[in-house]
Design a protein around this ligand. Sequence first.
Ligand SMILES: [Zn+2]
Length: 486
Amino acid sequence: MSNTLLPFTFAKNKFILLEEEQEQIILNYNELPNISVLTELQRKFDKYKLKFLEKDKLHQKIQAYYESGSSQSLGHFQDNAESDEGLDTLAMELHEPIELLNSNDEAPIIRLLNALFAQAILEKASDIHIESYENRIRVRFRVDGTLKHVLEPSAKIAPLIISRVKVMAKLNIAEKRLPQDGRIAIQLGGRAVDMRISTIPAGNNGEKIVLRLLDKQAGNLKLKQLGMPDKTYDGIQDLIHKPNGILLVTGPTGSGKTTTLYAALGELDSVKTNITTVEDPIEYLIDGINQTQINNKINMTFAKGLRAILRQDPDVVMIGEIRDKETTEVAVQASLTGHLVFSTLHTNTAVGAITRLQDMGVESFLLASSLSGVLAQRLVRTLCAKCKIPSVANSYEQKKINISDDVTIYKQAGCKDCNYTGHQGRKGIYELLVINDEIKILINDRAVEKKIVDAAVNHSTLAEQVKNLVLKGEISVDEAVRVVYL
Ligand SMILES: [Zn+2]
């Protein structure tokens, strides 16, 4: 990709876009800029072609052009960052949401960070890790669930980068011995991205920072777009259109639980029903839904928020996560008094949610009468179709997923198309346990998990599903083991 021909601010103010197409310079315009601009362009580029565009079109084109153009110069920013002075002062000056592409500030650290954020968004990273070591810092992105190395600036600028991030997140920059958390709101090409920041002391007077990127537009997915099998999709539709009951989504961090819950909320009629959430953090803002942020510092807990919400006559309640007995009890009460309750829980399997809640101390008969369904989910990395290699399963692999030795499986390799990772994209797998009358009795009797799974109708476990994907050559055995047999 070539360098951008004009600074973003200039292009935006003059409402023109210069681009290079087949070695020709093209000036995209809606209204021709004044003669001095045109002469200046001619002086710089000698020859260029004029192209008229409708307002909307040109606007979109400018955004798209600068969004993709900001990815090239990380290395360059890094080189410039070392010798500058007074960066701390510069770092103090910015507070509010910052339009990245608009930033005229030449301060190297700011430019470095802005480029880093832009790059993370372009690569669809979910997290940015900034780690301090004795003589260096390391910056990594988590993309498709796996960390990748991005950049290693010298230790000299480490404190500057870290203070700058802390200032943006309105954290105390002098406090390095205690963990802190905050948020940064940025705009990139007109798109709002929230970042949740957490710091923790690391090494010798250093800090590690993790920035979690919450793309607000990702909250607009529909259930249909999540790639569930039809019977799972239909099952969930049934559950979310009941007047009451608890629907839980389970899985490890980063398995897309929140996305599923938001998609489920999006299926409901927010005009005729009162939908309220209590979350930590509010990941996506959704129009028509009342969202409440919990805050442990002032003792605004999930349980407390939930009790307050229930006094406000909701029909549907979404609880970000069930972490303790108190929250579960309020959720059970809410369901028994005619509310539909959605929440998430950290368990490996769908049926594991029942055991977990019983272990938390919830009465089995209450659970049996309030729980309506549990959806377990994972995101698996699919093999790159261009470079995957057929092979015969070795004895370990045969045993792990219970297949015979004459089955062809596929292993990851790496090529230009998949950025040498061997993987291309991710795919959701879902196991829906619908609580039928037979399972209610089993829950009430505290039956073992196997009995409950056997009583489930139309049920396919995550283990069965990853095995199928291995047999179809879509994922590797390693990936199947990683996501399901942890
Ligand atoms: Zn490949």
